[in-house]
Design a protein around this ligand. Structure first.
Ligand SMILES: Nc1nc2c(ncn2[C@@H]2O[C@H](COP(=O)(O)OP(=O)(O)OP(=O)(O)O)[C@@H](O)[C@H]2O)c(=O)[nH]1
Ligand SMILES: [Mg+2]
Length: 690
């Protein structure tokens, strides 16, 4: 792969809803640029970018993939991304290192949910955007309908640069609205000619709209235009280029990835109107407590930012990085600014799908890969010794779904934790948590597909088999009334016996007050040194579990009397007496189960508010109120039992076809309604005949 100067680099992320044709478009661009002998197909798993077995099996992308191409003296670093909601983390990473986002939209389905979400994320980063309307060869494809949706969803900046010639089976090419020329295609090869007569009127009308749309971005040009002096093609392209750069103009072009129509034009537009890394605002990093700006200067201090980590079963760890400054050569020695540890760039290479293409060096603004860094992970920065800088980490979406996993065999268990670490290295959206209270290992992620694939990778890449369990609810228990109880521990069957008796009063405490122990023993009924043992026995029982087997909370225990034996009493006997007395006290004081209650905020479009509210009510939720969200959607705020929302991520997605999102956090504990006690108690493992 040839090295080019930063001004000739284009870092382009292909982004959009699942199935719009991003991977196929990357494939088509690779073929068009001569990087491939023939086109692979998603359906048979033969594309460059979907190289993971899980991707091939499903016919969908699951993680970002690189596909660099050389085009007319430029290097276009294509970054293919997954469109499915579970893999948003991958899109976030790609958006961080791209300089241009090409939104792939299907001319059949139009603007879909994920496309809108990713657009907002790109807008938040101020990233230049353009749209490729794909699948115009398909039945029911409509460019006009799609363009209307684009304008309605993304606003006035949407500027069509082309019109399709023909549609559905008759789709044969595009009309360029700037040059007024027709580009007709046969197996990817274009012939340029005049606009077909039947299109001329429409083409001229849209051409004029486009020119107007462009000149408004430049006062001098607008003035001349109003005086009838039409700017030249170069001037228009330059103004368009500026509008794209500052993310105010969003060009729309069109084609078909599978029919290879207008793919060359996409590559041309990327090079001609897309920004190079030099045209993007400098990256803000922190150095010595100061915020400093870093520009992609090839002669500057080397600075690499790792945006993706791959756990390759053969090569080991591969780190994908963007050079933010300087030039990085093979065998470069840099320092990981998070760990302070040295890292040597043994062999750097360009990654195209799973293939490694040797590169001698990587200049500022470019993207490449390196294997076997010892202790570097995604979002780490590497800089020269003594020049520590911190680059803002890639934001990761909060996990919304948890699976509880259990290693199938001891052998699996031995391998489980290191394997999970490796998977977390390559998948920032995956969270592994050990819940000491429910004694479960939880895998947390963005959805059921995300977690299912994690399990498949555990097995395929690391040979670890696990079984799924229900995620246990961290119930607690407490008491509802006061009661007196006696704990008697007596073992006097020859030899050193055990004897201890304590009399306890148990009483409920307000929620959240925990545990209070009161010593009201008088007259040495229990020798002073044994009273802490009573308290200890009670505390152990509270941790180990009460009547239902759940941790006990919010209880006051008063020890007010007891009996002891001068020989047989010991700390042990009074600890046991404390345990027994406390258990009996709980039993007599109206034990109740406390269930965790979460605070949930659900953001949904107005038209779905009723359904979502109704569904929340059916989950025993208490709606606190609603407010209007940042994007004008309705945000429902409610408290809801945590047990009722264990699969809410899946349920909300199907209820709202992916248009809803939610966040939750623990809020408080509340008494579990009686009719649910039996089911909950089954989890605690202790039955009580209520
Ligand atoms: N007719 C037609 N089909 C297309 C075109 N582009 C892609 N497809 C088909 O659309 C389906 C999805 O294509 P992909 O390339 O996997 O789409 P994607 O956007 O990468 O999907 P995700 O990876 O799931 O986000 C495949 O069956 C492709 O063959 C096109 O221009 N015309
Ligand atoms: Mg794909």
């Amino acid at each position: 792969m040839n090295q080019v100067a930063p001004e000739k680099i284009r870092n382009v992320v292909l982004v959009g809803h699942g199935g719009t044709g991003k991977t196929t478009l990357a494939e088509s661009l690779l073929l068009q640029s001569g990087a491939l002998p023939r086109m692979g197909r998603v359906e048979d798993g033969s594309t460059v970018c979907d190289f993971d077995p899980e991707e091939q099996k499903r016919g969908q992308s699951l993680s970002l993939a690189l596909a660099p191409i050389e085009w007319k003296g430029h290097k276009i670093n294509l970054i293919d991304t997954p469109g499915y909601a579970d893999f948003e983390g991958e899109v976030q990473a790609a958006l961080r290192v791209a300089d241009l986002a090409v939104f792939v939209v299907s001319a059949v389905e139009g603007v879909e949910v994920q496309t809108q979400k990713f657009w907002k994320q790109a807008a938040k980063l101020g990233l230049p955007r353009m749209v490729f309307v794909n699948k115009l060869d398909r039945e029911r494809a409509s460019f006009d309908r799609t363009l209307d949706q684009l304008r309605a969803t993304f606003g006035a900046g949407v500027a069509p640069l082309e019109l399709p010639i023909g549609e559905e089976h008759d789709f044969i090419g595009v009309a360029d609205l700037l040059t007024d020329k027709a580009h007709l295609y046969e197996s990817g090869a274009a012939t340029v000619g005049e606009i077909p007569d039947e299109m001329e009127a429409r083409e001229h009308e849209v051409h004029d709209n486009l020119v107007e749309g462009i000149v408004v971005a430049d006062d001098e040009q607008l003035e001349r235009y109003l005086e009838g002096d039409i700017p030249s093609l170069d001037e228009l392209e330059h103004t368009l280029h500026l509008g794209v750069d500052d993310a105010t103009v969003f060009p729309v072009i069109c084609g078909s990835a599978t029919e290879r129509i207008a793919i060359d034009r996409l590559a041309d537009f990327i090079c001609e109107i897309g920004p190079s890394p030099l045209e993007r605002p400098p990256v803000e990093v922190t150095a010595g407590g100061q915020t400093v700006e870093v520009r992609p200067d090839p002669s500057g201090d080397p600075l690499a930012f790792v945006f993706k980590t791959i756990a390759d079963p053969y090569v080991g760890q591969i780190s994908l990085f963007k050079v933010l400054s300087g030039t990085i050569k093979t065998d470069e020695n840099l320092v990981n600014t998070r760990t302070g540890g040295g890292e040597r760039f043994h062999g750097i290479f360009a990654m195209r799908g799973r293939d490694h293409l040797d590169v001698p060096a990587v200049v500022a603004g470019d993207i490449a890969a390196v294997s076997k860094l010892t202790n570097t992970r995604t979002s780490d920065a590497l800089a020269p010794k003594g020049k520590p800088v911190t680059v803002p980490a890639i934001e990761q979406p909060e996990p919304v779904l948890a699976f509880a996993i259990h290693a199938r065999t001891q052998a699996d268990d031995d391998k489980l934790s290191p394997a999970l670490h490796r998977l977390q290295d390559e998948d920032q959206a995956l969270v592994v948590e050990r819940n000491d209270e429910t004694k479960q290992t939880l895998l947390k992620g963005m959805g059921d597909t995300h977690l299912q694939i994690t399990l498949e990778k555990l097995e395929r890449k690391f040979g670890v088999n696990v079984d799924l369990e229900d995620v246990k609810v961290p119930y607690r228990e407490t008491i509802s009334t006061e009661a007196d109880a006696e704990g008697k521990f007596k073992k006097q069957s020859g030899g050193h016996g055990q004897f201890g008796v304590c009399n306890l009063k148990v009483a409920p405490l307000p929620r959240g007050e925990g545990f209070v122990f009161e010593d009201k023993v008088v007259g040495g009924a229990i020798p002073r040194q044994f009273i802490p043992a009573v308290e200890k026995g009670i505390e152990e029982t509270m941790t180990d579990g009460g009547i239902y087997g759940f941790p006990v909370v919010d209880v006051k225990v008063t020890c007010y009397d007891g009996k002891y034996h001068s020989v047989d009493s010991s700390e042990m006997s009074f600890k046991m007496a404390g345990r027994l007395g406390f258990k009996a006290g709980l039993e007599a004081a109206g034990p109740v189960i406390l269930e965790p209650i979460s605070l949930i905020e659900v953001a949904v479009p107005n038209d779905l508010q009723g359904d979502v509210m109704g569904d929340l009510n059916s989950r025993r939720a208490r709606v606190q109120g609603t407010e209007v969200g940042d994007d004008g959607e309705q945000v429902i705020i409610a408290t809801v039992p945590t047990s009722e929302i264990r699969t809410y991520a899946i349920d909300l997605r199907s209820m709202t076809s992916g248009r809803g999102r939610f966040t939750t956090k623990f809020d408080h504990y509340d008494v579990l309604p009686q009719h649910l006690v039996r089911a909950a108690a089954a989890q605690g493992g202790k039955k009580r005949d209520d």
